[in-house]
Design a protein around this ligand. Structure first.
Ligand code: URA
Length: 209
């Protein structure tokens, strides 16, 4: 008789694998892996780019300045962090000691190494809606060369490219501006805030029932 693992056990197993992963250089400089925050029973999953400093320090996703802005908007829609599954493409902070910039935009090699962890997370959580936070997450998860923010947001309904190639789970997706875009350039504030409001408004309808 085979005993099937619970989702919690599967997730814990996956987290152990992440902790033993040294496939890319970022792993050698992490303080913590950042597997996810929130709940594995959530109906809505958020996928960001990669952890920042505060996330690396704590092991929690989206708790730094960008995460705080995003949490503020979701809270105003009555959504708590524990109502969502919040994770990233990369499970380690994409920064190297000799880098000129704070966080690097992940490239093909790092994303390829880390993707199986995200796919397995999606298999376990089976979300109804995946929110792709920012152009980098969107471009890799949707398997497209680039994403024009705003234009592509919400245009497709099914997560087909993702589903067919990686995860046999047909769910909707939406692309949201990354909250960090407003921190890097205040001119983006209006569009970023509107995008977050629209997204969390939409997310609410997936959380019922
Ligand atoms: N930016 C991200 O994309 N993810 C985080 O967890 C924090 C900042």
């Amino acid at each position: 008789m085979s005993i099937s693992k619970s989702n919690e056990e599967k997730m814990q197993h996956l987290i152990k694998q992440m902790g033993r992963c040294y496939l890319c250089p970022f792993a050698f400089h992490r303080s913590n892996i950042v597997p996810y925050s929130g709940s594995i029973d959530a109906k809505v999953t958020l996928v960001g780019e990669g952890p920042g400093k505060e996330e690396d320090d704590s092991g929690e996703a989206f708790i730094g300045p960008a995460g705080r802005d995003m949490t503020g908007v979701m809270t105003s829609y009555g959504i708590k962090r524990k109502d969502l599954f919040i994770c990233n493409l990369l499970k380690c902070r994409p920064v190297l000691p000799y880098a000129l910039k704070n966080n690097q935009t992940p490239g093909l090699a790092e994303v390829q190494n880390c993707f199986p962890y995200l796919w397995e997370q999606i298999r376990i959580v089976q979300p109804r809606l995946v929110v792709l936070v920012g152009a980098t997450a969107a471009k890799w998860v949707l398997n497209v060369g680039s994403v024009t923010m705003g234009e592509s947001a919400g245009k497709k309904d099914k997560l087909e490219a993702f589903g067919k190639n990686a995860v046999d789970w047909d769910c909707d997706y939406t692309i949201m501006w990354h909250p960090a875009a407003a921190l890097h350039n205040p001119n983006n504030k209006k569009v970023v805030n509107k995008s977050m409001r629209d997204t969390f408004h939409r997310a609410k309808s997936y959380m019922k029932g």
